[in-house]
Design a protein around this ligand. Structure first.
Ligand code: NAI
Length: 398
């Protein structure tokens, strides 16, 4: 049975979720399950209605499975309000979670309007995955009350919530963010709610995993040039335990999304993230994956079932571990967080697979040597091992 903290002991009682698309509706559901009063706000009635149905179905399913007390869905839904009017929605809000489209100017406008019309103590938490919290807060009158609250998809199932400090976020706002995050039940175990202390691209988890795409693009371009079948590359690159193979997942997410992510990191971290030849070709030709029926695989007859029995033998999985451990050290160097254990915990909670750092504590010399080799091979200076990894000094940051 899912539990929740006593309501009278909380600083936050009324939460408004602004933007109830894919992420917002799941966020609203877990806020309701924690027994907050929740208002759903979006730009159109029908979007709000769809979100209410989603939440209701979700709660009913959880109740049927016995994870919520019998009859509690009806009680929980009494705490749900809906509106399409932002300024009215927030007038008694203690905490606002924004999950609208990923556009800076729209987020800035919503942030300012929401804080101008809510009580002085109200916190504005953005679920952005790539925009700086400092930039979202720039045009509002109370940037100390603006933080990041980065959920993983889907919020009811993924344990991780990163609470992100913008340059002007107050400690109190961060504390309240962590408190709310820890109160939200998760269907797959205990929430993990780390503080992200610097407003850097990708926060913790997406950042540590980001440069692996430099190696992936190298492999895809190589396989394409050599006409190696994608099934064999997929067999090389996939974890046999994962619910979807890596290339099926890449098609599922969309090659356009991958291209934009690469461009984003090329702009914010290093030109070495520039997208590879194959992904640019796939996007230019409209082979985006599931949504267009063709990506690495043909989706016209439903989800592809690749035969992964034969490997191409062109991938060294240890290179991914080395690249991730190196990026973990960069995250520590930049002060995004202060402990390698937080990185491993966050990756496990957000992605369901173990992080690289514990392994690196025993094998950092081998990983650093591998990175030197691949820096030359791929001609990507960003992959060069950083001092904290080479020296093993990160181990002291436990
Ligand atoms: P979505 O497109 O499914 O939903 C966005 C919603 O915001 C739509 O319902 C739209 O009508 C609404 N909206 C747009 N402008 C608005 C405004 N001015 N006021 C109120 N509502 C408005 O998008 P999704 O995927 O839910 O993403 C939302 C945010 O969450 C983005 O910032 C995204 O980067 C972030 N995010 C998304 C993840 C994902 O896996 N989809 C994971 C983590 C973060």
């Amino acid at each position: 049975m899912l539990s929740y903290k006593a309501i009278q002991m909380r600083r936050v009682k009324n939460i408004v979720v602004v933007g109830v698309g894919q992420m917002g509706r799941g966020i609203a559901q877990v806020c309701l399950m924690a027994r907050y009063n929740v208002t759903l706000m979006d730009v159109q009635e029908n979007i709000v209605e769809n979100a209410v149905s989603y939440v209701e179905n979700g709660l009913n399913k959880i109740e049927l499975k016995g994870q919520l007390q019998k009859g509690s869905t009806v009680n929980i839904l009494e705490n749900l309000r809906t509106t399409t009017n932002l300024s009215k929605a927030v007038n008694d809000a203690d905490y606002i979670i924004e999950a609208i489209i990923e556009k800076l100017d729209v987020k800035q406008k919503v942030c300012k309007e929401a804080l101008d019309n809510s009580p002085d103590h109200c916190i504005f938490a953005s679920n952005t995955s790539s925009i700086r919290i400092t930039d979202i807060a720039k045009t509002c009158n109370n940037p100390a009350n603006v933080i990041g609250m980065h959920f993983f998809n889907p919020p009811p199932l993924m344990r991780l919530i990163e609470i992100v400090a913008g340059e002007k976020s107050s400690k109190k706002a961060m504390d309240i963010g962590v408190e709310v995050g820890e109160n939200l039940p998760c269907l797959r175990g205990e929430r993990y709610v780390p503080r992200v202390l610097k407003d850097r691209p990708g926060f913790i988890v997406n950042r540590v995993l980001a440069p692996g795409r430099i190696y992936s693009d190298y492999i895809y371009d190589l396989a394409y040039k050599k006409s190696i079948p994608w099934e064999q590359v997929d067999a090389d690159i996939s974890n046999p335990e994962a619910p979807m193979s890596t290339l099926v997942l890449a098609d599922f997410i969309g090659r356009d999304v991958s291209l934009h992510t690469a461009e984003y990191y090329a702009e914010t971290l290093s030109p070495d993230f520039a997208p590879g030849e194959l992904v640019r070709k796939q996007v230019a030709e409209g082979n985006l994956g599931k949504k267009t029926g063709q990506g690495f695989y043909d989706w016209s007859k439903g989800r592809p079932q690749p035969d992964l029995s034969k490997k191409a033998g062109i991938v060294d999985p240890m290179v991914y571990t080395a690249i991730q451990a190196n990026e973990g050290c960069r995250v520590l160097e930049e002060g995004v967080c202060h402990s390698w254990k937080v990185i491993d915990e966050a990756i496990l909670a957000g992605m369901n697979f173990p992080g690289p750092m514990k392994f690196a504590t025993k094998n950092y010399k081998q990983l650093a040597a591998l990175l030197e080799e691949y820096t030359e091979k791929l001609q990507k200076p960003y992959l060069r091992p950083v001092e904290l990894l080479k020296s093993g000094k990160f181990i002291e940051m436990a």
